[in-house]
Design a protein around this ligand. Structure first.
Ligand code: 0X9
Ligand code: ZN
Length: 310
């Protein structure tokens, strides 16, 4: 199997990212791939975003993808690497990725929660939260997908530090949350599409998850995820559910997708990749390529639809 059909330690992901950053999308332009440091984790690990940008046209729109917000969801960082590799390999040969990259910059954060990810490799494979500590409790970690400022810590999150869905002491209390939120705030006029990649259960979700109310462009978002799910079914014979988060899985406030949406990024999505529970978080490496190709098809489908509208 290739590099991309295996899971990788944090060190290997970071090393690979530095290598990828030296590659080019476009032979004529050296500045197509760039690494940006957006902050650091609780344990002071760097948070690197890769920027793919094929030309320097001003006012270009952008798409954001983050992976690995939940430590044990290993298929997620694998997807971010897959996406970068696919972009670098098929720009100018696959018409969809070419069209997307010609029209928008792409920012990819492969491991939003590096401390947690490292911990799943060394100590506890089923860890979910980050690894922040606090004098007032012996329990470790905040659920970073409950720590954003979107109906923070209401029903569907917990204010108990020992809970798996602990929302933290206050919104954006965690350095990882802050780094992402700061970056998106400072790029909100260009970032049009937000994707957060999770596992498992095979779902394509959009806001809201923090309330049962419908998003203002609910029907537009529904149309997009429906088309993406249909394409996955047609090409890969696999079923993905789709809909707003609160209606499709559960109420879960403080998530990054809802926060990004409220910031003004009207095309905001959370994907839950394979599988539907057979292996759960322990998806075998032999399933990585199909899981990533399905998600890639969904990302491309939605990006093309957004691009056609704007
Ligand atoms: O509960 C979550 O954070 C996500 N599911 S997971 O099993 N990967 O933990 C779903 C997130 C959906 N979006 C929001 N809750 N905002
Ligand atoms: Zn998750």
């Amino acid at each position: 199997s290739t590099f991309y059909e295996r899971y990788h330690s944090l060190e290997d992901v970071c090393f690979k990212y530095q290598i990828l950053a030296t590659q080019r999308l476009n032979r004529d332009n050296p500045d197509t791939v760039k690494v940006i440091l957006i902050g650091s984790s609780f344990e002071k690990r760097p948070l690197y975003v890769l920027k793919l940008s094929v030309n320097n046209r001003p006012n270009k729109k952008a798409m954001w993808i983050d992976c690995g917000i939940h430590a044990r969801e290993w298929i997620s960082p694998a997807f971010c690497l897959w996406f970068v590799q696919y972009s670098l390999s098929f720009y100018q040969s696959n018409k969809d990725i070419t069209h997307i990259l010609d029209n928008m910059d792409v920012y990819i954060l492969p491991v939003l929660n590096p401390d947690g990810y490292h911990y799943t490799w060394t100590t506890n494979r089923m860890w979910r939260k980050n690894r922040s500590t606090n004098m007032s409790t012996k329990c470790v970690g905040v659920d970073l997908n409950r720590n954003f400022d979107a109906n923070w810590c209401t029903e569907g999150a917990s204010d108990h530090p020992c809970s798996e869905i602990y929302c933290g002491a206050f919104p954006e209390s965690e350095p990882e949350t802050q780094a992402v939120a700061d970056f998106l705030r400072s790029h909100k006029d260009i970032v049009q599409i937000y994707f957060s990649i999770h596992s498992y259960s095979q779902m394509l979700l959009f806001p809201y998850s923090c309330t049962l109310e419908e998003a203002e462009n609910h029907s537009e978002l529904l149309e997009m995820v429906k088309e993406a799910a249909q394409k996955i079914q047609r090409h890969y014979r696999n079923i993905y559910k789709y809909g707003s988060g609160a209606n499709t899985i559960y109420l879960a406030p403080g998530g990054s997708d809802d926060w990004a949406y409220k910031l003004g990024i009207k095309y905001s999505f959370t994907f839950e990749l394979q599988d539907r529970g057979r292996y759960g978080f322990l998806l075998p490496p032999s399933d990585i390529s199909k899981a990533c190709n399905e998600a890639l098809l969904a990302v491309k489908t939605i990006a093309l639809k957004v691009d056609a509208k704007t």
